[in-house]
Design a protein. Structure first.
Length: 105
């Protein structure tokens, strides 16, 4: 009986820790440097939605911005971009870290 209770508790704990809470937020709720980045590099793109991902039981947040043209940018909790996906075309070279540009060239 004790093993069954321990197993149920373990499964419940794993489920809670793995569960992420995604919710839509307003564009103005993004960290300010994320908004500045978008306004500088994506000024002609229209934001479709902004998703806040509450990871690890609220200990860490990340943000995903989706544009109507299919592009996506992910930001960490500090508003620093971590990932970019471009539907058509290429990511501007000046946005790619120097180490990656050097390796690719």
């Amino acid at each position: 009986m004790k093993k069954i209770i321990a197993a149920v508790i373990c499964l419940f704990t794993i489920q809670l820790s793995a569960q992420a809470d995604d919710k839509r937020i307003q564009y103005n709720q993004l960290p300010s440097n994320a908004r500045e980045f978008i306004e500088e590099h994506y000024k002609d793109a229209k934001v479709q939605e902004v998703i806040e991902d509450d990871e690890w039981m609220g200990m860490d947040k990340s943000y995903e911005v989706r544009f109507t043209n299919g592009d996506k940018i992910e930001f960490n909790s500090k508003g620093e971009w971590e990932d970019m996906k471009k539907k058509n075309g290429t990511i501007p070279e000046h946005l790619v870290p120097a180490q990656i540009n050097t390796y690719v060239n």
